[in-house]
Ligand binder design. Structure first.
Ligand SMILES: C[S@@+](CC[C@H](N)C(=O)[O-])C[C@H]1O[C@@H](n2cnc3c(N)ncnc32)[C@H](O)[C@@H]1O
Length: 356
C-alpha cells in the first residue's frame, strides 16, 4: 500500500505517491490519480478518528474501543460511571491504557450531568427551519463567551462574585438535550489536547461556516460549551474553548463518516445496516462523493481502509460513495435529495452530470 501522510512542510497537505489532492471544477478539492492504479490497489488506511460518538440509544451495544456491535446485544463489560461498554477485556485495557486520569474524571462528571438532566428528544428536522446566518452564529457565541468568562472565573478564583457563581450553577443545572453532541465535542477536545498534529490535519479540511441547521442546534452547542466548562477537571479548562469547539463543528459538518453496523462478513451490507454514531478521520476526508464510485471503503474497528474498486487511469478523480445502507439503492432523484439534505451539496459527480 502507498503510504499517505500529511506533509508538515507543505501546510499539512495530504500526499501519497499514488494520488494528489487538487482543486476540482465544481466540488472543492478532490483526490486525483498520479499514475494508473489497478483494481484492488490499497490506497489509504485511516486509523484514529479525531472525534467520534456513539448515539445514546446504542451506548450499551457498541464497544467504545473497537465499535463492535452485535445485532443489539448488550455488552457485559460496562463502565457505567463513564457511560461506556466494551466487547472484551482487551478493549477495556486498550481504552484505559490511553486515557489519563483527568480524562476519566471528566467522563464521569459528564455522565453524572447527563444522567441527572438527560432529556431524550427524537430529532425531527424541520426542513423549513431557519439556518442561522454567520452573523447570528457570532452573536450567540459572543453571548455565550460572556457567561463562559464568569464560569471560568468562578472555577479559577477563590472570591467568585454572585453573578459568576450563578453562571456556574446554571451551567451545572442545564438540560443537555443532545448527550451525543456533548460526547462528540468532548472527544474532539481530548484529541485537541493529546494530538496537535491530528488537530492540525482537521483544520486543513473543508469547512462549513454555517454548520447549524436551526437556531436550536446553535443554542445546544453553546450550552454544551458552558456545561463542559462547569464540570470538567481544571486541567481540561484550557481546551474547552469556543475556538476549538467551533472549529470541530465547522469541519465535522462536511467531513464525518457514519459508523454503521457490519454484517457477518465485516461489510456494510446494501440494506439493513444501522447507523449508530459518527466520527471524523481527517486522512479520509478528501474523497469527493460519486454515485458511481471507483474507491471502496471498509471499516474494521476504528480503522477505515480504502482501495481501488476499478482500474483507475492516471488523472482520473478518485471518489467514494457518501451514501450508506439503504440509501445506495435509491432512485436518482431521491439520491440527489438525500445528498442535498444531509451533506448540503448538489451532486456534481460525472454520473449525475451525465443524467442532467
Ligand atoms: C469530505 S469533503 C470532500 C473534500 C472537499 N471537496 C475539500 O475540498 O476538502 C465533502 C465536501 O466536498 C464537496 N463534494 C463532495 N462530493 C461532491 C459532489 N459529488 N458534488 C459536489 N460537491 C461535492 C461538498 O462540498 C462536500 O461537503
Amino acid at each position: 500500500m502507498s503510504t499517505a501522510f500529511f506533509d508538515a512542510t507543505n501546510n499539512a497537505q495530504l500526499r501519497s505517491c499514488l494520488f494528489e489532492v487538487r482543486e476540482t471544477k465544481s466540488s472543492g478539492r478532490g483526490v486525483f490519480a498520479l499514475q494508473d492504479i489497478p483494481k484492488g490497489t490499497a490506497l489509504i488506511e485511516a486509523s484514529e478518528p479525531v472525534a467520534w460518538v456513539i448515539y445514546d440509544e446504542y451506548a450499551k451495544e457498541v464497544c467504545a474501543q473497537c465499535y463492535a456491535y452485535d445485532r443489539g446485544r448488550t455488552w457485559k463489560m460496562r463502565d457505567n460511571a463513564k457511560g461506556i461498554v466494551f466487547c472484551s477485556h482487551d478493549c477495556q485495557v486498550a481504552w484505559l491504557t490511553k486515557s489519563p486520569e483527568d480524562e476519566c474524571i471528566a467522563r464521569e462528571e459528564i455522565q453524572k450531568l447527563l444522567k441527572k438532566k438527560h432529556k431524550s428528544t427524537d430529532q425531527i428536522i424541520d426542513k423549513n427551519a431557519h439556518r442561522p446566518s454567520v452573523e447570528e452564529i457570532e452573536q450567540y457565541w459572543e453571548l455565550a463567551e460572556r457567561t463562559a468568562q464568569d464560569i471560568r472565573a468562578c472555577r479559577l478564583s477563590l472570591g467568585a462574585t454572585k453573578k459568576q457563581r450563578k453562571a456556574m450553577q446554571n451551567a451545572q443545572d442545564a438540560v443537555i438535550e443532545e448527550p451525543y453532541l456533548m460526547w462528540y465535542i468532548f472527544e474532539g477536545l481530548v484529541r485537541a489536547r493529546s494530538d496537535v498534529e491530528g488537530w492540525r490535519s482537521l483544520e486543513q479540511l473543508a469547512v462549513n461556516t454555517q454548520p447549524y441547521k436551526e437556531l436550536s442546534d446553535l443554542a445546544r452547542s453553546t450550552q454544551v460549551y458552558l456545561s463542559l466548562l462547569a464540570v470538567v477537571p481544571k486541567t481540561f479548562l484550557p481546551y474547552v474553548t469556543q475556538v476549538l469547539i467551533r472549529s470541530l463543528e465547522g469541519h465535522s459538518s462536511v467531513n464525518v463518516f457514519g459508523l454503521r453496523s457490519l454484517d457477518e462478513r465485516g461489510e456494510i451490507g446494501d440494506a439493513g445496516s444501522e447507523c449508530f454514531g459518527y466520527g471524523l478521520w481527517p486522512v479520509a476526508s478528501y474523497w469527493n462523493h460519486s454515485c458511481a464510485p471507483n474507491v471502496q471503503k471498509k471499516r474494521t474497528g476504528r480503522m477505515w481502509r480504502f482501495w481501488a474498486n476499478n482500474d483507475i487511469a492516471k488523472g482520473q478523480e478518485l471518489c467514494i460513495s457518501y451514501l450508506g445502507g439503504d440509501e445506495r439503492s435509491m432512485e436518482v432523484v431521491d439520491r440527489k435529495a438525500q445528498l442535498k439534505d444531509v451533506w448540503g451539496f448538489d451532486c456534481a459527480c460525472s454520473k449525475c452530470l451525465d443524467n442532467n
